[in-house]
Write a protein that binds this ligand. Structure first.
Ligand SMILES: [Zn+2]
Length: 560
């Protein structure tokens, strides 16, 4: 007797291999049996509710053996679900999430589960709510402002944080990277200086500690202070600490615009010098000047590195607009000392002028790409969706001043949506076979108070509905592999990401024809259409756009 049988579905198993018609049996949270059905008996809906025992074969690896007739006929379960000939895939794995900052506040993670995501990796872009050095605890709160929603941190190290997550309970399986920015901050605050020997030793200890606590790697966020103050040497030395643990270097690179190629070169060098695998985060080209050419060069560089034996992959979200803190438009030197120090500098007319001049130079001709995504206060809610030049006109000031005014008014807590990419690049990058899908979102509920990028609720369904079904960039099997099997392999998750006996039963049943990534920039907090059932560790967690309330997620720690 099984706990659950999902039958009469087209199984896309996560390997990239062609789908097959079959049934999956689940017991104690795991896939315990996969049965392949004979196509001729089940090509019309409703006709295949009975598994044809004579034709049923085990859908194991190639060389599948016929199932004993008696065995298949006897397949019974506490619950039997008819898949209505829709697709059954492994639950999607989001390799690039920021849910470390939200999972304690919103453990049900609707934005993830309603689009079929059953596993996510937080701690990206250099940010993680650990390690915590009490001396710099306030700075860490400032660093994570707009992301982290708790009043305090659960403890000093990663294991304290994961324990808190486990105790609270959560719907989506969760693992994490340690953020290099958080590590640097714990060792030396927001200092923009090169780390001295003592500070390097402290940072290495923090990285080692996180690896021992089960981190999947270290992420860097090289546009954000304090990560931006680190040089290549520092990053390579810290990455080398991960080598014995099998951790990888995951990077939001120094520059995704005019210095895109140099930035990929730096990431590859860090990987080479440290001997660890490299994952380029949300790969893209954000400046018109490098559209069409930049990512062709970077993909070629990665392919060449791979051909030469360097383990490098990347992930990507499927949109031409990015989203980050509005304060990223302000020069990084102006941030030395954290958000409060920035606000102080902005009060000094001379320094403000210096800041404005730099901003004018760096943003000439592209302020109109930048729109307000979210303002923390109600007072400035009217600015949401407006471009910086629009605000400048309303306030009758320059675009630089408008950007600064909003950042100051919101005390740094304002997000932007930046229309800086082109679809040609997004598609070129996505069509590479060593790239994965990551949302760069967080787990938040449908009634979340803030504005979010549509990728929070819709990145995975958009890849399937738009880039796979409509644009036909690749087959459904390839699309699913990019968000399941490949990602699990990248993370060393040996018991997730495939529909195979022995795997945890993270499963998503969807109607491919009806699939629609409903969230958009105007209305981002809505469920995708066509995601019918989502199971986490064998437990039904979402059904047709509604969360069941189940909290069957597990904390994942890197094995090695
Ligand atoms: Zn990032």
């Amino acid at each position: 007797m099984y706990d659950l049988i999902i039958r009469n579905c087209r199984i896309v198993d996560g390997t990239g291999q062609p789908w097959y018609r079959g049934s999956v049996a689940v017991k104690a949270g795991k896939i315990v049996k996969v049965v392949r059905e004979n196509d001729e008996h089940s090509d019309r809906e409703g006709e295949s509710s009975e598994i044809s025992s004579e034709n049923a074969i085990l859908a194991a690896d190639s060389g599948a053996e016929p199932t004993g007739a008696a065995e298949a006929a006897e397949m019974t379960a506490l619950q039997i679900v008819d898949g209505h000939d829709h697709y059954l895939a492994p639950g999607f794995i989001d390799i690039h999430s920021h849910s470390d900052c939200k999972i304690l506040a919103y453990p049900t993670g609707e934005s993830r589960i309603l689009q079929g995501v059953t596993t996510e990796i937080g701690g990206n872009c250099g940010m993680s709510p650990f390690p915590v050095n009490p001396r710099y605890e306030e700075e860490l709160s400032g660093y994570l402002r707009g992301w982290w929603e708790e009043d305090t941190f659960p403890g000093r190290r990663m294991s304290d944080f994961l324990k808190a997550v486990e105790e609270k309970g959560h719907s989506v399986n969760f693992g994490a990277l340690v953020g290099h920015g958080s590590v640097r901050l714990a060792a030396m605050g927001f200092s923009d200086q090169k780390a001295d020997a003592g500070q390097m030793a402290a940072m290495k200890d923090y990285v080692k500690e996180a690896m021992e606590d089960g981190a999947f790697g270290m992420s860097s966020g090289l546009i954000y202070p304090p990560g931006t103050y680190a040089d290549t040497d520092e990053l390579a030395e810290l990455s080398a600490v991960m080598k014995p643990y099998g951790g990888m270097y995951v990077t939001h690179m120094r520059n995704e615009g005019l210095q895109l190629v140099e930035s990929v070169r730096e990431a590859l060098e860090i990987g080479k010098r440290s001997g660890v695998a490299v994952e380029i985060s949300h790969h893209k080209a954000t400046r018109k000047e490098v559209w069409h050419t930049g990512c062709r060069e970077t993909i070629a560089m990665m392919k060449e590195a791979r051909a030469n034996g360097q383990d490098v992959t990347f992930d990507q979200y499927p949109y031409t607009a990015s989203s980050t803190g509005m304060d990223c438009n302000i020069p990084s030197w102006a941030f030395e000392g954290g958000v409060d120090a920035l606000l102080k500098r902005l009060e000094d007319p001379e320094l403000k002028k210096k800041i404005c001049t730099q901003m004018e130079e760096s943003h000439r001709g592209r302020w109109d790409e930048i729109h307000v995504g979210d303002a923390a206060s109600r007072e400035n809610a009217w600015t949401i969706g407006k471009s910086i030049p629009e605000l400048a006109q309303i306030w009758n000031i320059t675009p630089e001043e408008a950007c600064i005014r909003l950042v100051v008014k919101e005390r740094g807590d304002v997000k932007e949506i930046h229309y800086g990419m082109c679809d040609d690049d997004v598609e070129y990058i996505m069509s590479q076979d060593f790239g994965m899908i990551g949302s760069d979102g967080e787990g938040v509920p449908l009634d979340f108070h803030g504005m979010v990028h549509p990728r929070y609720f819709g990145a995975f369904t958009r890849v399937l509905a738009h880039y796979c079904r409509e644009r036909k960039l690749f087959s459904l099997e390839t699309a699913v592999r990019k968000m399941t099997g490949l990602t699990a392999q990248r993370l060393g998750l040996e018991d997730r990401g495939l529909i195979r006996e022995g795997m945890w039963a993270d499963l998503v049943l969807f109607d491919f024809d009806q699939l629609e990534s409903t969230p958009d920039f105007q209305n981002p907090k809505v469920p995708s259409k066509g995601i019918e059932k989502v199971y986490v560790n064998g437990i039904l967690t979402a059904e047709n756009g509604r969360h069941t309330g189940a909290m069957a997620g597990m904390v994942l720690r890197r094995k090695g």
